[in-house]
Design a protein around this ligand. Structure first.
Ligand SMILES: Cc1ncc(COP(=O)(O)O)c(C=O)c1O
Length: 396
């Protein structure tokens, strides 16, 4: 593996190198100590490759049957009535805002400890993001602090579900940002079943639980929302066959946010291994906890309460002297990452005049956050090397 694989989606958005490399599930026990270990990585097997090749040999590369098949498989897996697939998770969040009727001057509450897309989706529709500080015990937004708002974008940070059942005031539209949380579950069922929300958004970027290359989806139990999501995904086109087989009208501005059949076929194939991917991530998390428990200078991430399944998209520890530890681990070819720079710190949100002092828990977490490598094909040898380099860096 080259240092390309150290990149994450943020690096790529910055145009900082070549794409994430394809790989397989072959264990790499004999890994060299100088080999790069990324923080996240897809797992592609022969079944995935065959599924994509079958689409390539067929008639439909896009807008064909593989998309509906993927949507049906996803809806079944997360126990939702509908799933609508998108080109990526950001497009899916944008669509959820539009379908929920969120627009100009509406307030959209979200967590500042997330990827910017969780707030940008509000801006796309002219709404105002409102950040609520995180709960230090979960690193999710403090659900008890959510008040009246037009919408909530509840981010399941790192894959640990926000306890939406504890919501005191329900914003008009509740959207789960489950980009990290496919495969997670609460006592109310799988994340995605919308037990306490209107819509749930997933991302299928290569570092996520399953991948379609780029891709996303919204699940919902509401037929009208599903219809609006589908219309928005294809330019706002509404077909009116009673006026002729060719006839359609565009009633509201939509986009081309479609996923391709190639991607959808990969998604359906990957979904079959969702359970084992999440189990492997949980096994790695337990081992990190064993290896790092009680180490001075390291705070371990929260564990899921009884009855909740963590998807462990990320394993974000908090370390003393983060900058030096980050540099030392990167120098040793360990692809650590920081998730995230609090969203209000980005210059595009300067007009909100959010002061870091208003978000003491987010700031305290951000000071030490460091995501350690976490992906199903990470071997024990890899994990031992990550821990040993981390311990050396802490001692330096
Ligand atoms: C919390 C969160 N929301 C939304 C997204 C956007 O997903 P995508 O990269 O598929 O557009 C990401 C991507 O990393 C994310 O981490």
């Amino acid at each position: 593996m080259t240092t390309d694989a150290l990149m994450d989606s943020t690096d790529k958005l910055l145009g900082d190198g070549s794409p994430v490399r394809a790989t397989d599930d072959t264990p790499t026990e004999a890994i060299e100590t100088s080999t790069s270990i990324p923080y996240g990585r897809q797992s592609i097997d022969d079944g995935d490759i065959a599924a994509v090749v079958a689409v390539l040999r067929g008639d439909w590369l896009t807008q064909g049957p593989a998309i509906e098949q993927f949507e049906n498989s996803l809806a079944t897996k997360v126990q939702a009535r509908y799933a609508v697939a998108f080109a990526n998770g950001t497009a899916a969040l944008h669509a959820a805002m539009v379908a929920g009727g969120i627009g100009h001057n509406h307030s959209v509450v979200t967590s500042p400890l997330s990827f910017a897309a969780s707030a940008n989706c509000a801006r796309y529709v002219g709404a105002d993001p409102v950040f609520v500080d995180i709960d230090p015990d979960t690193l999710n937004l403090d659900i008890s602090a959510v008040g009246r708002a037009d919408a909530l974008v509840a981010v399941h940070y790192a894959g640990l579900p926000v306890d939406l059942a504890a919501m005191r005031v329900r914003p008009r539209v509740v959207v789960e940002d489950a980009a990290h949380a496919l495969g997670a579950a609460t006592p109310d069922g799988p994340v995605g079943n919308c037990a306490h929300s209107d819509m749930c958004v997933f991302s299928f970027h290569p570092v996520k639980t399953i991948t379609t290359g780029e891709g996303g989806a919204v699940t919902t139990n509401d037929a009208a929302l599903a219809e609006r999501l589908r219309t928005f995904r294809t330019h706002g086109i509404v077909r009116k066959p009673e006026q002729g087989g060719w006839y359609y009208e565009i009633e509201e501005l939509g986009y081309n946010y479609r996923i391709t059949d190639l991607q959808a076929a990969l998604g359906t194939s990957q979904l079959q291994r969702l359970g084992s991917f999440v189990a492997m991530r949980n096994a790695l998390a337990r081992r990190y906890h064993q290896l790092l428990d009680g180490i001075d200078g390291v705070t371990l991430p929260p564990i899921a309460p009884e009855g909740t399944t963590h998807a462990y998209h990320l394993f974000p520890v908090r370390v003393r002297n983060r900058r030096a530890v980050y540099d030392a681990m990167r120098a040793a070819n360990i692809g650590v990452q920081v998730h995230y720079v609090p969203i209000y710190r980005h210059p595009i949100y300067a007009d909100l005049h959010c002061s870091p002092a208003e978000y003491p828990e987010t700031e305290r977490a951000y000071e030490g956050l460091l995501s350690l490598p976490m992906f199903p094909a990470l071997t024990k040898n890899d994990q031992d090397r990550v821990v040993s380099v981390l311990l050396d860096a802490l001692r330096a």
